[in-house]
Design a protein around this ligand. Structure first.
Ligand code: 8DG
Ligand code: MN
Ligand code: MN
Length: 378
């Protein structure tokens, strides 16, 4: 940093939780390419390579400037030889041979298509592919294929739930959920989490995530089942509001230590829903199903209901992004000898759990500068 080199003046951390990443991505061409490769290695079940490309992409997303040539990236962390070679090719010729090859690969395309269905993960997609299936009609016509309820709903509402959810739609859903929550108990706490908590502009999400709890200890599970009942009873024209509902009861156990695994699922009561959202509710009716004049659309909604004293951990864990969460946990473990998950923070040196009522408390325990939700789009 003598002012003559193109090295960025501020050092960029290898940890996403020490970077501020808005939704303004100055390097989208590069990050899109790296994420194709990340996804293809995810399908190939090579997690190390997948993570390497995701980390590289995440670093580029945090830059307030566009990378023009490889020299610009000197001193940046997480850019391995492979990522750099891909970037170099794109910077020089506009595209990468490996990325183009991946995008036109039949297996990649098929797994991408299958995993775009709600309820279909990489394992199922791989199984279908190995069974010779290549399209939705192949899957639906194949004898001996059993679709679970989630997958059936995924196919039934495919068009709607693969269409992005707008801010206006998220707001309309917020009102709908809020109404149900108030009807069950007036002292409930409801907050938007997930992507819509991180987006400030006119970004779109794939679903709408809410966290809901109550100040009355032990009542949070009843609250969630109450909300579900309420939504089921609420009839919109001829149909109930809930097109699909999977409820997972809490398996939360306070004595368990945070797990060492990334992406570890949490144990709070939660539900995965598909909700019928009326077009008329939203100003301008911008989400009405185009062309078919139905006036409503299906939207994916997730609700999680932690006990109040776990609220800050759950909110931090559900706000994402996934890369931000991964690095928070990695940072806690590697730099602080602490274990963090959606339930708790444990200090291995002091051998004690650290209490928190706000996200700021958790950042403070970790000795991290507070990062606002809209700066967590790592
Ligand atoms: P998007 O929906 O706008 O595309 O982005 P997102 O909101 O960041 O993605 P998401 O898939 O809705 O996940 C939101 C956060 O929730 C993410 O950081 C991961 C976290 N999460 C958990 N546990 C669970 C879980 O059991 N299921 C799901 N679907 N997400 C979970 O911490
Ligand atoms: Mn989401
Ligand atoms: Mn979600």
């Amino acid at each position: 940093p003598d002012g003559t080199s193109s090295t960025p003046l501020l050092t960029v951390s290898q940890y996403a939780c020490k970077r501020r990443t808005t939704t303004v991505n100055n390097n989208k061409i590069l990050t899109d390419a790296l994420e194709v490769l990340a996804e293809s290695y995810e399908f190939k079940e090579i997690p190390g390579r997948c993570l390497a490309f995701r980390r590289a992409s995440s670093v580029l997303k945090s830059l307030p400037w566009a990378v023009r040539c490889l020299r610009d990236t000197e001193g940046l962390p997480c850019l391995g030889e492979h990522s750099k070679a891909v970037m170099e090719e794109i910077l020089q010729s506009g595209h990468s041979f490996e990325v183009e090859k991946t995008l036109s690969d039949e297996k990649y395309q098929t797994l991408k298509l299958f995993t775009s269905v709600f309820g279909v993960g990489p394992k199922t997609a791989e199984k279908w592919y190995r069974g010779g299936l290549r399209s939705f009609s192949d899957v639906l016509a194949a004898p001996g294929i059993h679709l679970n309820r989630m997958q059936q709903s995924g196919f039934l509402h495919y068009g709607d739930i693969s269409r992005a959810v707008s801010k206006a739609e998220a707001r309309a859903l917020g009102n709908l959920i809020d109404e149900a929550v108030r009807a069950v108990t007036p002292d409930a706490v409801l907050a938007l989490t997930g992507g819509f908590r991180r987006y400030r502009g006119k970004e779109f999400g794939h679903d709408v995530d809410f966290i809901v709890t109550t100040r009355e200890p032990g009542k949070e599970e009843k609250l969630l089942t109450g909300i579900i009942e309420r939504l089921k009873q609420q009839v919109s024209t001829l149909f109930g509001l809930l097109l699909y509902c999977e409820y997972n009861a809490s398996t939360f156990d306070m004595v368990k230590l945070p797990s060492h695994q990334f992406e570890a699922m949490d144990h709070f009561a939660k539900c995965f829903l598909i909700v019928r959202l009326e077009g008329g509710r939203v100003e301008g009716g911008l989400h009405g199903a185009e062309g078919d004049g139905r006036g409503w659309r299906a939207v994916r909604v997730d609700l999680v209901s932690p006990p109040m004293d776990r609220y800050a951990f759950a909110l931090l864990g559900w706000t994402g992004s996934r890369q931000f969460e991964r690095d928070l946990r990695r940072f806690a473990r590697a730099e602080r000898r602490m274990l963090l998950d959606n339930h708790t923070l444990y200090d291995k040196t002091k051998k004690e759990f650290l209490a928190a009522t706000t996200e700021k408390d958790i950042f403070a325990h970790l000795g991290l500068e507070y990062i606002e939700p809209w700066q967590r789009n790592a």
